[in-house]
Structures are given as C-alpha cells and as structure tokens.
Design a protein around this ligand. Sequence first.
Ligand code: CA
Length: 223
Amino acid sequence: MRILLVEDEIRMAGFITRGLKEEDYIVDVANDGAKALFLAEVNPYDLIILDIILPIKDGITVCRELRSKKINVPILMLTSKDKVRDKVLGLNSGADDYLAKPFASEELLARISALLRRDRQDKTGILKIADLEMDQLRHKVRRAGEEIPLTSKEFALLEYLMLNATFVVTRTMISEHVWHEDFDSLTNVIDVYMNFLRNKIDKGHKKQLIHTVHGKGYVLREE
Ligand code: CA
C-alpha cells in the first residue's frame, strides 16, 4: 500500500511517516500543494493524507483539482483545528474523511485502514455483465433484477467466469481455481456444474451468456 503524505511541517511529517512505516506502508512526502498534485498524477497511490494549510496551493484546492482530473484515490484531510468550516470545506471539495490535529497515531492508522477497506469494497464488490449481477460480499446473484439462488460451488464457478468475462477459460483453469485440484477426472464434474449454472443463469432468457468453446472450454460473454 502506497500513501502520499502532503504536509509542510517537518516535525509533523516525520511523526506521521514513522507511524505509517511501522505498519509497512510505503510513504512519499510532498511539502507543498504543487508537488502533491504532480506526484498524485504520476503515481498510483492507494491513499492521500492531505493537510489544508500548505505553501503554493492549499489542501482544498489540491483536492478539488485531483477530483476534477478524475483521480479518485481516497483522501484523508488534516484540519489544523477542529473547525466546522474546515471540515465542511474539506468534504465539499471531495475528501473522504478528515482528522483534526492534534491526533494520536492509532487514530490516524484506524482512519486509514477504514478508508482503504471502503475503497476496496467499492472497487470489487459488484461484478456485472449484461443484466447479470454478482454481489461478491453478500454472495447474491441477480439476472434481470431477479435473485438466483446458487450453491457455494456454483457461485464460485460463476464468480470465476465473471472475473474472466469475455476470455475463454479452460477446464484445467477451472479445476485449479474453483476446485483447487488438477484431476483430469474433474472434467465431467465441471461439465455437470456448468449445466447446473446454465439452467439457473441462462434458461428462459433470450440472450445466452455462458458459451461452450469446442475443444477449449467456456466463456462468459454477451453475443
Ligand atoms: Ca500545514
């Protein structure tokens, strides 16, 4: 996990950096707003810690510019005092959370891990192809808005197909990733499960999503 820390006060930057490094985060430090913008555009950060009062460009401006450039990395804003105005400005400019100085290292680390967790869920929670939707966290599948009950094996198989949507997956790939075994004898088992899945996912729908690729395997795609 790589974090950009934007803070001009050297002692504060040192204190935060030490805390982050102890938790094995990789940390880059920018000490003004312009450098922060430059670094955030060229590096794929997982999170930015952004102070408000900075030389050249303040934190609010940096945050607005990042968001207008569609850089959607989670931003934790540091406010110098517990000022309501700072909080409102920060959140309105596109920050995800704020923390008032002074704060304990543990408090900062807790906020960071909550933001990272939330971000991961936003990115990987829902898989979608055509009108088929999978909620990976809640283990629910819907086709055309209607919930489809699946066994855990069927769910794992469909999840693997959805993660590889539009690419052909071979029976060997499926046996290794879904069954965690590499028996040739699984070939029949896979075909049987694929039929279960087809009956539940495609039956009664005009558009078929699961396709057999003869001599190769299966593919999930719109055609
Ligand atoms: Ca500052």
